[in-house]
Design a protein around this ligand. Structure first.
Ligand SMILES: Cc1cc2nc3c(=O)[nH]c(=O)nc-3n(C[C@H](O)[C@H](O)[C@H](O)COP(=O)(O)OP(=O)(O)OC[C@H]3O[C@@H](n4cnc5c(N)ncnc54)[C@H](O)[C@@H]3O)c2cc1C
Length: 391
């Protein structure tokens, strides 16, 4: 299929596929190139939690908009995303109480249905939850989680229906440029000609940027999740919980399982080669997450481990993405560095990136906050918690 296109997108995760759909449905001739299969990368391994609790207006608006897409997925995109509305709760200790309250004010201001809840109300929502140590909690009744593999493949199908050409099992090996402008890409299936190339390569984002002669501050980091089988009497799904006190998050998974991960800035230290890293879970991680889970959900003392796996975050220094053109009029765009919270933002990110590429004068989401130069300017995106992953 090599040929001439308006835009070549590198990467078939949620952001590449969402951008492909947004561009194709505006009449742009798009080729999306994925080295494996659609969603085989970190998107397909995502915990796919869809919450709106963010510290910045832009990310809160993006999460809110995207939730609307997940809620009406078959009408908006077509196909299934497996969205389950379980509700979401964020739990903090005293030092983060003011930040939580400020976040909830900000979120309400952009139309998010969220509220501060006292421990006794939380026990009504999730009776098995330990609340003795809680100072403050924020609740979102509309949030939950989706099936990331279904979602990304539905996006790819929708992009195809809108006219995008999607090449799988094809790796981009070079970005061709002349006089500082992109000419297209070289791949294992031949050359694609296009004046615009978009780097949606996630954990491979720095590698792909280097093909275009650009160094970006992005690392592939190995991230683990574990599963525990809930004991008898706990078969019903529970809300998604982000427990900043025990630095964990957990949600229900099919098969009467609870999926657990960490919200720990130290995860940024687990830098690996994205092509060579262990995809299994460590026994230590299972033991550690199990102990943390029991602190919040004591009945899980009677649970059995059901294993886990490891995948990759594409982490930037401020845990926020880069959505920008590498240099003015270069035609080389970046949409990567989502640092462990990019699945839920995917629908909005596709729109943001497409509107940036098309130079829409009043975009729905202005990506200025995510400009590449913020790192050199020492103007990182700041959240209200030390737990950067919360955004
Ligand atoms: C364990 C885990 C849990 C997570 N939980 C959540 C969560 O609960 N909520 C949330 O919002 N986010 C979560 N995330 C983060 C979220 O999944 C990611 O931010 C998002 O999926 C990134 O999507 P992407 O499209 O940018 O990149 P990716 O999914 O990484 O896709 C990039 C694609 O580019 C391809 N590629 C790379 N190099 C090349 C090349 N040279 N040629 C062709 N193709 C190439 C790769 O094969 C890959 O498929 C989680 C991530 C992980 C790993």
């Amino acid at each position: 299929m090599p040929g001439n296109f308006d835009v070549v997108i590198i990467g078939g995760g949620i952001n590449g596929c969402s951008t492909a759909l947004e561009l194709s449905s505006r009449g742009v001739k798009v080729a999306l190139i994925e080295k494996d299969n659609i969603g085989d990368g970190p998107t397909g391994k995502s915990s796919a939690i869809i919450r709106q609790h963010y510290s910045n207006e832009l990310t809160a608006r993006m999460a809110h908009y995207s939730l609307g897409v997940f809620q009406n997925f078959s009408d908006e995109i077509g196909g299934e995303c497996g969205f389950r509305r379980t509700g979401f709760v964020a739990l903090v200790e005293a030092k983060d109480q003011a930040g939580l309250e400020e976040n909830v004010r900000l979120q309400k201001g952009v139309g998010i249905r969220t509220e501060l809840l006292p421990p006794e109300s939380l026990r009504e929502i999730f009776p098995a939850m330990e609340t003795a140590d809680l100072v403050a909690a924020a609740w979102e009744e509309d949030s939950g989680y989706a099936d990331p593999y279904l979602t990304v493949n539905a996006y790819a199908q929708a992009a195809r229906r809108a006219g995008a050409q999607i090449m799988t099992n094809t790796a981009v090996t070079g970005i061709r440029q002349q006089g500082g402008k992109v000419q297209g890409v070289t791949t294992t299936a031949g050359d694609f000609v296009a004046p615009i190339v978009v780097n949606c390569a996630g954990a491979w984002g720095a590698q792909v940027a280097r093909m275009g002669g650009l160094e970006i501050p992005l690392h592939a980091c190995r991230i683990q999740v574990s599963f525990f089988k809930r004991p008898p009497g706990h078969e019903a799904p529970h809300p998604v919980v982000v427990d900043f006190i025990n630095a964990t998050y957990f949600r229900s998974e099919t098969g009467n399982l609870t999926l657990v991960g960490l919200v720990d800035p130290a995860e940024a230290n687990a830098i690996v080669d994205p092509d060579h890293h262990s995809e299994g879970v460590d026994t230590d991680f299972i033991l550690d997450t199990g102990e943390r889970l029991i602190k919040r959900y004591p009945a899980m003392e009677r649970s059995d481990s059901a294993g886990g796996y490891a995948s990759l975050y594409d982490i930037t220094p401020d845990w926020h993405p880069i959505v920008d053109e590498a240099a003015p009029d270069s035609g080389f765009f970046l949409c990567c560095g989502f640092s462990g919270h990019g699945f839920k933002l995917g629908p909005a990110t596709g729109r943001m990136t497409a509107e940036r590429i098309l130079n829409v004068s009043q975009p729905l989401f202005n990506p200025y906050l995510f400009r590449l130069s913020r790192f050199a300017e020492d103007q990182p995106v700041r959240g209200r918690y030390e737990y950067s992953i919360a955004g």
